[in-house]
Ligand binder design. Structure first.
Ligand code: WT7
Length: 665
């Protein structure tokens, strides 16, 4: 384990502070969905004894089904074969929109959109969102998109993104959202892998007062994407992007077509029909297309949104993630809208025009529930608490955190300055693959410990196990696994059943392997320690070391590269790359800069190495395996204590690497 990780664990080992849940808000209408520990324990007990009864009840309470299921769950994690609500039919857009038109929410704000410019605000009621979605669903149908076809969405945080997602769901098309910060190459890889038929994008992205071209990346990517027939472009920034005749069309023109049939009925989807694919990095080179299906995913997103955030009808709920990540899928769009909630969507960044942008938005819209990431908290913490005092944050009721372990210092700052020492913080552990939150406090039930995600939700059999699959004792570190299926779990890796099985279900037969390390303390609280595989968590986003390495070695000047994570005050972890240059190439600052630019272009800004160290050689065993353990230690600043180095082919490289260590400026 790296120095970074062991330090973090030690500081968390000392964490003994307890924070009791607040008293429940008064009034029937505001009664917490899970009110107090007794209710919590009753749910947990029921879910343990009768999982199918528990999940069946939740799925019935939360969603409208066209036809009922034959069986709640039919699953075997050994094979793996996972089916939830088999035989039932439903439609995700129907549940997120249509039913709210007749249950009293028709004129309620579904989406409050705060654009990057302060004055750019749009509010879409459920009726308005429904109309837009039906229109765009018809547009897609007009382009020949059919049930099961893939549609790639490469868009900024604008309402059209949510509209496009729901339009796909309405007609049974599968969306694959590619975060707009990814490069043309990354977009191309993803489109090629899922063979998308249509791409929806925008001319540009507005960010920190600037306009960054986006459509050019699509043009670049599509040079080698034969599956793509049409491209729909939202004119977000009026930047005059190039349009290719016969292939590209403007969103506003397509939507203005008055001959469109806007009744657009919902497709009747089988519970296990695919809803979306979302690519995520793993320990091997190529990102995996994580597959989520219809019934189980939506039920789980709605269930967790309701319980973890205690979402009520008059709440304004804000998750600050980008919809390009799973957090945005489940907790900006699907969970809140399925519940008929009001979800706030923000196009900009936390630091612009000032480090109080978030707090300004909280005040402006009287946000009640606020869900963000530790990296954001740390960055804003550094700017000083006075920024938080400029705004009235008294509307807030619940705070959330996601993406990486939240260090106790950031937790306390969040608690004191945003929560005014009275609000619960739900630290939510989950993954792209889990579809929704797995380990978290419930705001009006759980006593909190800063830095711990507390306990698995009722019905979630998460455990920490030894390499042989048997449970670890209290405070013993091990692998975080899930031993029972849950409705939101992934159903596959697109196009690769072998990878699906080998990544998640092989090492611990009958269990789901998360790839994270954790321990459970004497009170049964889970402390997640971070990835055990070759994945780096940069600002709460997963980057595979192999992915960055392969980008580096594709540069002609690079002979070999090894990438590890290093501790970083704001990002949690940053990318540290050791690069061996090809013979005769000079080690210059220009080349260092060029390599950084190269990686940005190959993958995207989030993959940019923080540090590039030129190395004559890498620490390898005699069989040629790179010893990353040593590289991680050097990157974290260690000068000694490298453990057993006797298996190294050339132990001398370690000293050379220490001497060549690049300090962060
Ligand atoms: C990895 C999943 C799904 C949320 C966004 C990231 C880490 C996430 C926590 C947390 C400790 C966390 C894990 C996990 N992680 N939330 N509350 N405490 N670690 O999704 O990109 O699929 O990454 O993020 O390491 O495996 P993702």
């Amino acid at each position: 384990m790296s120095q970074n990780k062991s330090d973090k664990i030690e500081s968390m080992m000392d964490e003994k502070r307890l924070f009791a849940p607040p008293a429940a808000p008064s009034g029937d209408r505001r009664r917490p969905h899970v009110n107090g520990m007794d209710e919590y324990l009753a749910h947990r007990d029921r879910a343990d004894k009768d999982p199918e009864g528990f999940w069946g009840d939740r799925a019935r309470q939360l969603l409208d089904w066209f036809t009922p299921w034959d069986k709640v769950m039919d699953a075997d994690m050994n094979e793996p074969r996972i089916e939830w609500f088999k035989g039932a039919t439903l439609n995700v857009a129907y549940n997120c929109l249509d039913r709210h038109l007749t249950n009293g929410r028709r004129n309620k704000a579904a989406i409050i959109w705060q654009g990057e410019p302060e004055d750019d605000v749009r509010v879409l009621t459920y009726q308005m969102l429904y109309d837009e979605v039906c229109r765009f669903a018809s547009v897609l149908q007009g382009l020949g998109v059919q049930k099961g076809d893939r549609v790639a969405l490469y868009m900024p945080m604008i309402p059209e993104l949510a509209v496009a997602m729901l339009a796909c769901a309405r007609i049974g098309a599968v969306h694959s959202i590619v975060f707009a910060g990814f490069s043309a190459v990354s977009l191309q890889n993803r489109i090629q892998d899922c063979e998308a038929k249509v791409v929806v994008t925008a001319d540009a992205v507005l960010r920190a007062g600037r306009s960054i071209p986006l459509k050019v990346n699509v043009d670049e990517a599509l040079k080698d994407c034969p599956s793509v027939e049409r491209v729909v472009v939202v004119d977000r920034a009026h930047s005059n992007c190039a349009m290719r005749e016969g292939r590209d069309m403007w969103w506003h023109e397509a939507m203005a077509d008055r001959t469109l049939d806007t009744s657009c009925p919902c497709a009747k989807m089988d519970s296990e029909d695919m809803l979306f694919i979302l690519y995520t990095s793993g320990s091997t080179g190529k990102p995996k297309g994580v597959v989520h299906t219809t019934g189980g995913y939506l039920a789980y997103a709605a269930h967790t949104t309701q319980w973890v955030f205690d979402l009520h009808d008059d709440d304004v709920y804000w998750c600050t993630a980008d919809i390009g990540w799973i957090t945005g899928h489940s907790y900006i769009v699907y969970g809140p809208l399925a519940l008929g909630g009001t979800t706030l969507m923000f196009e900009g960044v936390p630091s612009w025009p000032g480090p109080d942008r978030f707090w300004h938005i909280v005040e402006k819209f009287r946000v009640n529930i606020f869900y963000t990431a530790p990296t954001v908290i740390r960055a804003l913490m550094r700017e000083g608490a006075h920024w938080t005092q400029k705004h009235d944050l008294s509307s807030l009721r619940i705070l959330g955190s996601v993406g990486e372990p939240i260090n106790p210092e950031a937790w306390m700052w969040y608690h004191e300055h945003i929560g005014h020492s009275r609000l619960p913080i739900v630290d939510t552990w989950w993954q792209t693959e889990t579809g929704g939150i797995m380990i978290s406090a419930l705001p009006y039930a759980t006593t909190l410990k800063p830095g711990s995600a507390t306990m698995p939700l009722p019905g979630i059999d998460a455990a920490v196990v030894k390499p042989d699959g048997t449970p670890c004792g209290p405070n013993e570190g091990g692998h975080l696994v899930v031993r029972k299926p849950w409705p939101g779990m992934l159903r596959g890796v697109f196009g690769s059943p072998e990878r699906y099985k080998s990544t998640y279900f092989e090492r611990f037969p009958g269990m789901y392997e998360s790839g994270d390390g954790a321990r459970t303390d004497e009170d049964g609280y889970t402390w997640v320690m971070g990835r055990l595989d070759d994945v780096i968590n940069v600002s709460g986003h997963r980057m595979g070391t192999a992915e960055v390495e392969s980008a580096l070695v594709s540069h002609p000047a690079v002979a070999e590269a090894a990438v590890v994570g290093m501790p970083h005050a704001i990002k949690g972890e940053a990318i540290y790359a050791y690069v061996t240059l090809s013979a005769g190439t000079e080690e210059t600052e220009e080349l260092r800069a060029a390599l950084r630019t190269w990686v940005r272009k190959e993958i995207g800004p989030i993959a940019t190495p923080e540090v590039i160290q030129f190395a004559e050689g890498l620490p390898k065993t005699r069989s040629g395996k790179i010893m990353r353990r040593i590289l991680r230690k050097i990157a974290s600043g260690a000068g000694s204590d490298f453990g057993d180095t006797s298996t190294l082919a050339d132990p001398g490289v370690v000293q050379d690497l220490i001497e060549g260590r690049v300090q962060l400026t």
